[in-house]
Write a protein that binds this ligand. Structure first.
Ligand SMILES: Cc1cc2nc3c(=O)[nH]c(=O)nc-3n(C[C@H](O)[C@H](O)[C@H](O)COP(=O)(O)OP(=O)(O)OC[C@H]3O[C@@H](n4cnc5c(N)ncnc54)[C@H](O)[C@@H]3O)c2cc1C
Length: 379
């Protein structure tokens, strides 16, 4: 039974219909092909731009649609329902664009946001390095001042949209002696000399996503490419992470709802020992647990969406949402796969892909252990 979600208004429902149609027509039929290619083509990004799906929450002044956070939430949820795990669009829309809109200079905003809205520029964020992920204080990439420029040197890895992106928000140390307090966010364009892309990494899931290594070998950018103020990068990351974690959580719950729907349908069709798999008490109990978790999760996440809208979503609440939703997702998807039997292990079944895709949610955007550290800090 669908859950009533009073946080959304009629215009949000219309947007959801647009996104659903786009997924059905332009994404789902081609996703397996993109998984084989390891990347979503730029042509799809252009179609998304034409359909009004890029930068829905960025101000209209900079080429966006000027919607509130719910539009980004809807798009992210629908990507989850469609199991379209290759799409780096939610990251581009709701993580990269806000960094530029909130901290970028007027010139940076006017140059890049309209291009991001039209798919002429795809964005990525580069925090993680081969030697450090959870502990961002350990970032080794440096940005040294030389005249009017920064000279950036270092290596990044696991970067979403790494092959497709045209602009990168790079987390770099502008004053390594200050530790985290010497961190800055600097925009680097892909055509700068000294920048190069490494491998498009071979992953166990998110097969259509171009998660990549990137190299910065004395890349020179003007100091005007700095986002916000020098040495304030760590603070900016902390300010933006709650929204990123909420998006991760709401997508996790959307995928639990999708897995439940597929599993109910499958187990009602499939027979064993003279009855539908669904009719075994074990199946009903497992699916009842999944449903209960999805409903409770959805209510809490909707409360978090309301907090994000009124500006009160804090690090701890977002960490609770991400921890709980991604752990529930992992367990629920595994239980659902079990009910598909051997077919659940076949890549052509969406539940198999979701099983592989979901695993990352407990690791990226802050691992479950890091979420627990944040929550414990408030005890
Ligand atoms: C598909 C994919 C996409 C990604 N996209 C991006 C992206 O676009 N941009 C980007 O910058 N990064 C991205 N990442 C990187 C991701 O955010 C990191 O992998 C994640 O933060 C974990 O860092 P790590 O891999 O270095 O693990 P580590 O930090 O080495 O952690 C290893 C283990 O130790 C645990 N651990 C660490 N510290 C503690 C502690 N204090 N207490 C207890 N346990 C601890 C962790 O939870 C984990 O289980 C992506 C990763 C993947 C796989």
């Amino acid at each position: 039974m669908p859950l009533d979600r009073p946080i959304f208004e009629s215009e949000h429902d219309l947007f959801r219909e647009t996104v659903k149609r786009f997924m059905a027509r332009e994404v789902i039929p081609f996703h397996a092909e993109w998984e084989r290619a390891g990347i979503v083509p730029r042509a799809l990004w252009r179609k998304a731009a034409e359909a009004g799906l890029l930068l829905p929450t960025t101000s209209a002044e900079y080429g966006g649609s000027g919607g509130d956070f719910r539009y980004g939430a809807i798009l992210t949820e629908e990507v989850g329902y469609a199991s379209a795990s290759g799409l780096g669009i939610p990251l581009h829309n709701d993580i990269i664009a806000p960094y530029i809109e909130v901290y970028g200079s007027e010139d940076i905003k006017r140059t890049w946001l309209p291009k991001m809205a039209s798919a002429d520029a795809i964005g990525a964020i580069c925090m993680t390095e081969p030697g450090t992920g959870s502990d961002l204080q350990g970032v080794k990439t440096t940005a040294k001042k030389d005249g009017n420029e920064y000279v950036i040197s270092g290596q990044k890895t696991f970067i979403t949209n790494g092959q497709n992106a045209d602009i990168f928000i790079v987390v770099a140390k502008t004053d390594p002696s200050l530790g985290a307090k010497g961190t800055s966010l600097i925009l680097v364009e892909a055509d700068r000399e000294g920048f190069s892309r490494g491998r498009n990494l071979d992953k166990i899931g998110l097969k259509a996503q171009d998660t990549s290594e990137l190299f910065f070998d004395n890349v020179r950018v003007p100091q005007t490419n700095l986002l916000g103020q020098e040495n304030q990068g760590f603070r900016y990351l902390m300010e933006q992470l709650p929204r990123e974690r909420l998006l991760s959580a709401l997508r996790a719950i959307a995928t639990v709802e999708a897995a439940l729907e597929w599993t109910v349908a499958y187990t009602k069709e499939r027979k064993a020992f003279g009855s539908a798999i669904f009719d075994f008490q074990n199946t009903k109990f497992k699916l009842a647990e999944v449903r209960a978790n999805a409903v409770v999760g959805r209510c809490f996440i909707d409360r978090c969406i309301a907090m994000q809208l009124d500006g009160t979503l804090d690090l701890e609440t977002a960490a609770i949402a991400k921890l709980w939703a991604s752990e529930v997702q992992g367990k629920a998807v595994d239980e659902c796969l079990q009910l598909f039997g051997g077919y659940g292990y076949m890549w052509e079944y969406p539940i198999a892909r979701l099983f592989a895709d979901a695993r990352i949610n407990r690791i990226y955007a802050g691992s479950s252990e890091v979420m627990k550290l944040i929550i414990a800090r408030h005890l």
